[in-house]
Every structure is written in structure tokens, then in C-alpha cells.
Design a protein around this ligand. Structure first.
Ligand code: MRU
Length: 351
């Protein structure tokens, strides 16, 4: 990753976000001044990807604290809830913001200065990004060993959906981290990157990352999955996650579940790669995951050009839930989980 492509930059007490809406053709940073700007940047997907929206929100809470003349547990809770409401599906957002709330609450109880709480939150954000780099490296190694066990020393053809690389994670990446690591060890023949309708994270962002790392790839439409898998073009599929329920049901970008169903039909191994911060063990299964519904113009228009007839109806669920029975393995920083084995998730998380 080059310095110029960091999705989140905290410098001289200011937060800058790479505007991912403009990629791959423009690399422009926007400065985020306060909580409202930060929540809006998350909603409007200036920054996106489950881990990155969590990290951004931490710095957003730090900016909010700095702008207050007095803090109370109540006004901290209200501010945290405003941030959490920016996007509903990725649990990383509430996970990180609720940890900020705990820091603020404990500091208020100890009569800490606003400046101290601000600095603690910034340090917390920095630490989470650093740790995420280490966790992604662990997951990449687990994914690599799994591939080696399955396919040995030859080069592998891999497929991925949406964007799970450094733009989504701030470092190496989750699913794309496995692919990038395997490539660095000379094991990748070709990567198939789903275009990821309607927001085109695959075409715009994953292809951008694969190009930067000189990994051979082809962008494919989601509808090509059956063609590719039935012709033996793909050895294994790696995707990320926005929320994983206790039984292993996994919410990820719309189209992931369809891909998992096709993979199961053609017996192609299907892996989810996600840190434990993407697990939500407060819910038993995927039926309890709120799915974000986004504006229909993401489907009916392309960069302001109208595609559909005036007044066309559309629905735009941004995520779907993959049944745990379709997932070969969930790779997290503690190793490989087989979601079809009841209780495996809870056991691994509490190790
Ligand atoms: O709507 P997005 O672009 O934020 O969705 C991103 C995804 O669905 C990713 O696959 C997921 O967040 C995992 S990122 C490591």
C-alpha cells in the first residue's frame, strides 16, 4: 500500500478521509471537522468497509469530545448513538463506538479533563488500526495454510466479492489480505473480482487494489459465477463480513449469499475472513441482522446518468445473509472456525 492511499489519516489533530466515491480516478482527501460530518461521511460512503467505518467513528468521537465545553454520561451516550445510526449492518461501528463510550464514561467518573479524554480516544483509534494490521496478517496466514492444505503447491485461482482490502480495513485487508499474502508467496494464478452491483466496489476499489499490487485479475459480473464455477475456473472463494451471528450466519455485501449458493452447488470452498470485531454473539442467527436499505438511485442511475425509465421502482438492500451451512470456514485472528459445528464460534471467541 502506498502512503497516498491510506483510507484514514489522523494528522495534527485533524481527520482526513480518502473519498472512496471518487476512486479509482481521483485520490482526494476530505477533512472531517465534527461528529455530524463524520457520520455523514460514513452514511455517504466516503469511507466504507466494516473495519474502516469503525476506526473512522473512533476519531469522530474524539473530535466530538474536543468540541464540548462539558461532558456528561448522557450527552456522550446521545453522541455515540448518533454515530452508530450512520450505517446499521456492520457491527464494527457500534462495537468501536461503544468502546469509546466506555472510555468516556470511566474518564467522566474520574473527573478527567476533556483534553485528556480526547487524547485517550485518539490513542485508542491509533491502537485499533495497529492491532488490525496484526490481526489481518494472522488471518492471511491462516487462509494461506488452508489453501495449501486443499491445493498443495500449485498456483490457485481465487474469487472475491465487494472490497475487503486496505481501503476497507486500513491495512492488508481480510479476504483480500489472504489473496494478497498468497500472491506475495507466488501462489496466485488469477483473481476473479465481482463487480459488486450496484455500488461497484469490485470494479472501482478491488480492481484498483489488485492493480496496485500487480496481482493478475479479471472483473466479472455477479451473474458470471455459475459459468466460472461450472467451468472449474475458481478453486476457492474468499469474502469479508459485516456481521457474523452466533451460529455463523454472515451478513456481507449483497450478492454474497447468491455466490455461496452457487459455490455450494459446484462444491467450491467458500470462506469468510473477518476479525472478531465483526462477530455479534448477542444474536443467535442471521435473521436478527438489520439490513441497510440504500437509495434506489444507486441502481437506477450511474454517476448521475439515468439508466431506468423515469419513475422506475427499485429496491436496494445493501447486504444479504449467507446461511452458515454454506460456509466452509470462517477465518478470524484466532484461527479457522467451522460454522456447521454448533458452538464453535463462541468457543473460539472465548479462548
Ligand atoms: O457497503 P460497503 O462497501 O461498506 O460494504 C463492504 C463490505 O460488504 C465488505 O465486504 C465488508 O465490510 C467486509 S470489509 C473487510
Amino acid at each position: 500500500m502506498t502512503e497516498s492511499c491510506l483510507p484514514i489519516i489522523w494528522r495534527d489533530n485533524k481527520l482526513y478521509l480518502l473519498d472512496q466515491r471518487l476512486l479509482p480516478h481521483e485520490e482526494t482527501y476530505v477533512e472531517i471537522a465534527n461528529l455530524r460530518d463524520c457520520a455523514l461521511a460514513i452514511t455517504e460512503m466516503v469511507v466504507r468497509g466494516a473495519p474502516c467505518i469503525g476506526f473512522t467513528a473512533i476519531y469522530g468521537m474524539a473530535l466530538w469530545v474536543k468540541g464540548q465545553s462539558k461532558l456528561s454520561i448522557e450527552n456522550c451516550r446521545t453522541a455515540c448513538d448518533e454515530m452508530i445510526s450512520a450505517r446499521p449492518t456492520a457491527v464494527n461501528l457500534s462495537f468501536e463506538v461503544n468502546r469509546c463510550f466506555d472510555i468516556m464514561k470511566d474518564s467522566i467518573k474520574m473527573n478527567a479533563d476533556i483534553e485528556v479524554i480526547f487524547r485517550d480516544l485518539v490513542a485508542f483509534g491509533d491502537e485499533q488500526i495497529k492491532q488490525s494490521n496484526e490481526k489481518n496478517t494472522c488471518m492471511a496466514q491462516v487462509g494461506f495454510s488452508e489453501l495449501k492444505k486443499l491445493f498443495g503447491d500449485r498456483k490457485w485461482n481465487l474469487m472475491t466479492h465487494c472490497n475487503t482490502g486496505f481501503l476497507a480495513c486500513g491495512s492488508l485487508g481480510t479476504a483480500l489480505g489472504v489473496i494478497s499474502h498468497a500472491h506475495s508467496l507466488g501462489h496466485v494464478e488469477h483473481v476473479y473480482a465481482d463487480e459488486t452491483r450496484p455500488y461497484l466496489q469490485g470494479t472501482r476499489l478491488t480492481a484498483f487494489e489488485l492493480s496496485k499490487e500487480k496481482i493478475p485479475y479479471s472483473i466479472v459480473v455477479e451473474g458470471a459465477a455459475s459459468y466460472l464455477l461450472s467451468h472449474g475456473k475458481v478453486d476457492a472463494i474468499f469474502v469479508g463480513a459485516d456481521r457474523i451471528a452466533s451460529n455463523g450466519d454472515t451478513a456481507n455485501k449483497i450478492g454474497t449469499a447468491t455466490l455461496a449458493i452457487v459455490a455450494s452447488h459446484y462444491k467450491v470452498p467458500f470462506y469468510v475472513v473477518a476479525p472478531i470485531s465483526s462477530f455479534d454473539l448477542t444474536i443467535p442467527d442471521g435473521k436478527h441482522i438489520e439490513i441497510e436499505m440504500r437509495a434506489i438511485n444507486e441502481i437506477t442511475e450511474l454517476k448521475g446518468i439515468k439508466l431506468a425509465p423515469a419513475g422506475a421502482h427499485s429496491i436496494n438492500p445493501s447486504f444479504d445473509v449467507t446461511d452458515h451451512k454454506l460456509i466452509t470456514g470462517i477465518i478470524c485472528e484466532k484461527g479457522l472456525i467451522t460454522p456447521s459445528r454448533a458452538g464453535d464460534l463462541v468457543r473460539v471467541v472465548t479462548l
